[in-house]
Write a protein that binds this ligand. Structure first.
Ligand SMILES: NC(=O)c1ccc[n+]([C@@H]2O[C@H](COP(=O)([O-])OP(=O)(O)OC[C@H]3O[C@@H](n4cnc5c(N)ncnc54)[C@H](OP(=O)(O)O)[C@@H]3O)[C@@H](O)[C@H]2O)c1
Length: 261
């Protein structure tokens, strides 16, 4: 018999950037565990394709919204629509992100800095704030609980050469997560950050096709391979489920042991 907390029947999860990559990897596992899954992304074709895939897994439903998380009004209204449709939100994965670096720190321009911040930090801020608002409201109504997950990066904790804007945006996500965890634990709301290592997605396409990167970096990953979106399924189900109800404020590194080698 399946461990009961991992059956997410009736659970509602939101995954921003859930139409591909790590977000879709998490959404697939949540859907297969019977959760209702709402995904946000800007590309409607990719959204539709993801919904098609997710709908065939588990007993829950899958829905997508076209949302640009760098637009506060869009985040606020889409969150209201998700909660309006499902009547609740149990877990929220602030995963939508972009990775924009510069040839050198001295050449990092303000526009690139702001683009990283707009999606990775402000987008996560608005998404998590609106989700927590609902969870606190529900707790006051006698139904406490909820899980907030910020997808950060090893870039936030390791030195990320030529990637300072991205790293800073992800460091901000970690700081926000810790504050949310402490402030809202009394309502049964927990908040954790996932720090992926090197994962084969559209974001890392350039690195995947670089022989230098392959030989200098991936060869040093103790697991001896790129991470895959599916490597984030188990942790998503765990963090959404009541199995993690006393686990909050943590940074969960998923990197094939890269950062400790
Ligand atoms: N891949 C890695 O090695 C790695 C390592 C550490 C951390 N991460 C983090 O993991 C998360 C997922 O990245 P990934 O590797 O899966 O990248 P990806 O394949 O490029 O996926 C990014 C996702 O974010 C969405 N997105 C981007 N900008 C958005 C916006 N303004 N509004 C709404 N959605 C937006 C994209 O959908 P649309 O284009 O349709 O909007 C897509 O679904 C990111 O936060 C990333 O920083 C990745």
């Amino acid at each position: 018999m399946t461990y009961a907390p991992f059956d997410l029947s009736g659970h509602v999860s939101l995954i921003t950037g859930g139409n591909r990559g790590i977000g879709l990897g998490m959404a697939r596992a949540l859907a297969a565990s019977n959760a209702n899954v709402a995904i946000w992304g800007r590309n409607s074709e990719q959204n539709e394709a993801a919904v098609e895939t997710l709908s065939r897994l588990g007993t829950g439903t899958a829905t997508a919204w076209s949302v640009d998380v760098s637009d506060e009004d869009a985040v606020v209204s889409a969150m209201q629509e998700v909660i309006g449709q499902y009547k609740r939100l149990d877990s929220c994965f602030a995963n939508a992100g972009v990775g924009m670096g510069a040839p050198a720190f001295t050449e990092l321009d303000t526009e690139t800095w702001r683009k990283n911040m707009a999606v990775n930090l402000e987008g996560a801020f608005w998404t998590m704030r609106e989700a927590v608002k609902h969870m606190v409201h529900r707790a006051h109504a006698g139904n406490p609980g909820g899980s907030i997950v910020g997808i950060a990066s090893l870039a936030a904790t390791e030195g990320a050469a030529r990637n300072q804007a991205y790293a800073a945006s992800k460091g901000g996500v970690i700081s926000m997560i810790k504050g949310i965890a402490v402030e809202h634990a009394r309502h049964g709301i927990r908040a954790n950050a996932i720090l992926p290592g090197w994962i084969a997605t559209e974001m890392t396409e350039g690195a995947q096709s670089s022989e230098v990167f392959q030989s200098k970096v991936i060869s040093r990953v103790p697991a001896r391979r790129w991470g895959e979106p599916a490597d984030f399924g188990g942790i998503a189900v765990y963090l959404a489920s009541s199995a993690s109800s006393y686990h909050s404020g943590d940074l969960l590194v998923v990197d094939g042991a890269y950062s400790i080698f």
